[in-house]
Design a protein around this ligand. Structure first.
Ligand code: NI
Length: 154
């Protein structure tokens, strides 16, 4: 596996919309493996393909209890509105408070091209919303409720 370079702002790739994945092959599996390696190395809990320069509708997330690979995802926003304080591997030294929902229903394809649909709550619901936004070129600094500079703290 390979640790990939994570693009940071103001790289314009981070603001672009991603295209659907149409080919589910060994190369795609390799990209996903490399993304997990990269995310773990950066101590992140989510990573979207455009962050490693690949404009594909693909993201991964990992919490202590769960792991998600989502390809060509669709999201249904459920649950309560909440304010979430988030960082992003592509925006070093910044935490942003953004509007999220407490629950989402994710419908996506897995690495084999098989569709799945599942409801997520709590931290995983929030990470999924964050990564989903990356696929449409939306960052936590685009319309934040608050921005905190944490340079030196993390
Ligand atoms: Ni991010």
């Amino acid at each position: 596996m390979t640790i990939l370079d994570v693009l940071t702002v103001p790289n314009p790739v981070l603001s672009q919309k991603c295209d659907p994945v149409t080919v589910f092959d060994k190369e795609l599996q390799q990209l996903i493996d490399d993304m997990f390696e990269t995310m773990n190395d950066s101590k992140g809990i989510g990573l979207a393909a455009p962050q490693v320069g690949v404009l594909m509708q693909l993201f991964i997330c990992k919490t202590e209890t769960d792991r998600v690979v989502a390809i060509n995802p669709k999201l249904e926003y459920l649950g309560d509105e909440l304010e979430s304080e988030e960082g992003c591997l592509s925006i070093p030294n910044i935490l942003a408070v953004v509007d999220r929902r407490s629950q989402v229903k994710l419908t996506a394809k897995d690495v084999n091209g098989k569709e799945f649909s599942r409801v997520y709550d709590d931290l995983m619901a929030i990470v999924i919303q964050h990564e989903f936004d990356h696929l449409v070129g939306k960052l936590i600094t685009d319309c934040p409720l608050e921005i905190k500079n944490v340079e030196g703290d993390i």
